[in-house]
Design a binder for this molecule. Structure first.
Ligand code: SF4
Length: 419
C-alpha cells in the first residue's frame, strides 16, 4: 500500500505494515456490518424474509468467496449506467464498487484528498481490507470526476490491479449523437465482457438475461408499490437493494417477493411521507434512514442509484435481434438515468411529482454527501423546481461519521413540523 512517491511493489514476503492495516480494516468493517445487521434483527417487524438478505451480507463476500458461492466470475462495476443484462447473459456477476462503511473510510490510505467522496474513500478502505477486490476486472462508466479519476488515484496506492474498462458516458441525453455514442460504448462493452467471460454469446443469452432482469424489476416494483403505501421501512429497502450484487438474480427476485409478502401485512407507517433523493445511501451507512424511521418520517420513494434506480425501468424491446436488444438496453440505461452528471437533468422532477400524486408525499429530503459536487449543484435546481411546484424541501449535508446525528435529528424534526 504505502504511497509516498509510489514505490514499485517488490515480490518479497508480505509487508507486515500492510498486513496490520488489512487486519485493522477487516476488524472495523466486519464489526460495523455485523452491528448494523444485529440492530435490524432487533426490530419488531423483522422476520425470516428480511433475514435472507441480512444473511447474504453476513457471509464472506470477498470476490473469491462470492465467485465460489455463485459459481460465476465476478467483475467490478463502479456506476450503474451499463446494462446489467450484459453481465447476466455471460454468466458474470457484477459487483458494485462503492462503500457505505465508516470503518472502511477510516481504513483508507493516508494522503487522500480531504474532501473526497465518502463512497470512494470507503472503497479505498475496502481495497485495504480485501486486495482481491483490486485484482478484479473493473468496468468504470465515466460519470462524475471522482469516479472517472478514481483509477489514477487508486494506482498511487495499489499496484496489483486487474483490467479496467472505461465506458464513456455522453453527458447530453437529447443529442442524437449521444444516443449513438452510448450505443457504441454498450456494444464495445458487450464484446469486452465476452472476452472476460471467454465465451461467445448473442441474442439467445441476451433474451434469457432480459427475462431474468425483467422478473427482478417486477419484484422490485411490487416492493416499491408497498413502499408508496408506507409499508416498507427505509432501512429494509436499502438492505434489499444493496444485497442484489451478492446474490444471483433469480434468488434475489424470489427473496424480494418473500419480503413483499412479509411486509404486506405491516400497517402503513404513521407520519408525513417523504421522498428521498441525492447522493446514494449505501449499506451499512444507515444513519439517515434510522432517523427517518425513528422520527416517523416514512420514506415513500427515492430516486437513488442505491435505491429504486437499482434496475432502471422496464426495457422497451421493439426488435429482438441482438442489435435490437443492445439498442433497447442502451436507450433504457441512457434515457432512464437520473444521475446529476448529465448536462441537463430537470426530468428528475418527474418521479418526485409522480410519487407526490400517487402516495401523498409531503416533502423532499435531499441527502448530500460532503464532497459530492454533482449532487450539490443538482440540489439547487431541484430546490427551485420543487418550490415552483409548492413542495417542501430540505438539504441534509452529511457523511458517514455519527457526530452530526443530533444536528440532523433537530433539522428533520423542524422540517417534519412544516409538513
Ligand atoms: S455522484 Fe457524488 S456520490 Fe456519486 S460517486 Fe460522484 S461524488 Fe460520489
Amino acid at each position: 500500500m504505502e504511497h509516498p512517491t509510489n514505490p514499485a511493489p517488490d515480490t518479497g514476503p508480505p509487508d507486515p505494515r500492510a498486513e496490520r492495516a488489512r487486519a485493522r480494516a477487516r476488524d472495523r468493517i466486519d464489526r460495523e456490518t455485523n452491528d448494523a445487521l444485529a440492530a435490524l434483527a432487533q426490530r419488531d417487524d423483522y422476520g425470516e424474509a428480511i433475514d435472507y438478505f441480512a444473511n447474504i451480507l453476513r457471509q464472506d463476500n470477498s470476490p473469491p468467496a462470492l465467485a465460489a458461492r455463485l459459481g460465476r466470475k465476478v467483475v467490478g462495476l463502479m456506476c450503474l449506467q451499463v446494462p446489467p443484462e450484459l453481465f447476466v447473459a455471460l454468466g458474470l456477476q457484477p459487483l458494485r464498487l462503492y462503500g457505505g462503511s465508516l470503518g472502511a473510510a477510516k481504513s483508507s490510505p493516508p494522503g487522500l484528498p480531504a474532501l473526497m467522496c465518502p463512497l470512494l474513500r470507503s472503497l479505498m478502505g475496502e481495497l485495504v481490507k480485501e486486495p482481491s477486490l483490486g485484482t478484479l476486472d473493473w468496468v468504470i462508466p465515466t460519470t462524475c470526476d471522482w469516479v472517472s479519476g478514481f483509477e489514477s488515484l487508486r494506482e498511487l496506492w495499489f499496484h496489483d490491479t486487474g483490467t479496467v474498462r472505461m465506458v464513456e458516458l455522453p453527458r447530453r441525453k437529447e443529442h442524437p449523437q449521444a444516443t449513438e455514442r452510448w450505443l457504441s460504448e454498450v456494444k464495445g462493452l458487450w464484446d469486452h465482457l465476452k472476452g472476460l467471460a471467454g465465451r461467445k454469446a448473442g441474442r439467445k443469452e441476451l433474451l434469457f438475461a432480459l427475462e431474468a432482469l425483467e422478473a427482478a424489476r417486477a419484484a422490485l416494483g411490487r416492493l416499491t408499490a408497498l413502499r408508496r403505501a408506507g409499508q416498507v421501512p427505509a432501512v429494509y429497502f436499502f438492505l434489499f437493494t444493496h444485497s442484489f450484487f451478492f446474490d444471483s438474480v433469480p434468488s434475489w427476485s424470489k427473496a424480494v417477493h418473500g419480503a413483499a409478502d412479509h411486509l404486506a401485512a405491516r400497517k402503513p407507517a404513521p407520519g408525513p411521507g417523504v421522498f428521498l433523493t441525492g447522493s446514494p445511501i449505501v449499506f451499512p451507512n444507515l444513519k439517515p434512514l434510522r432517523l427517518f424511521d425513528d422520527l416517523g418520517l416514512p420514506v415513500l420513494g427515492d430516486d437513488m442509484c442505491s435505491g429504486e434506480r437499482l434496475l432502471f425501468r422496464h426495457v422497451a424491446l421493439r426488435d429482438t435481434s441482438e442489435a435490437g436488444i443492445l439498442r433497447a438496453l442502451s436507450e433504457t440505461t441512457h434515457d432512464g438515468c437520473l444521475c446529476p452528471v448529465f448536462a441537463e437533468n430537470r426530468r428528475r422532477l418527474g418521479p418526485i411529482m409522480e410519487a407526490k400524486a400517487e402516495a401523498g408525499v409531503k416533502g423532499v429530503v435531499f441527502h448530500l454527501l460532503k464532497g459530492c459536487h454533482p449532487y450539490e449543484m443538482d440540489s439547487l435546481t431541484l430546490e427551485r423546481d420543487l418550490a415552483e411546484n409548492d413542495t417542501r424541501f430540505i438539504r441534509l449535508e452529511t457523511d458517514y461519521a455519527p457526530e452530526d446525528g443530533g444536528n440532523l435529528l433537530t433539522r428533520l424534526e423542524a422540517f417534519k413540523s412544516t409538513l
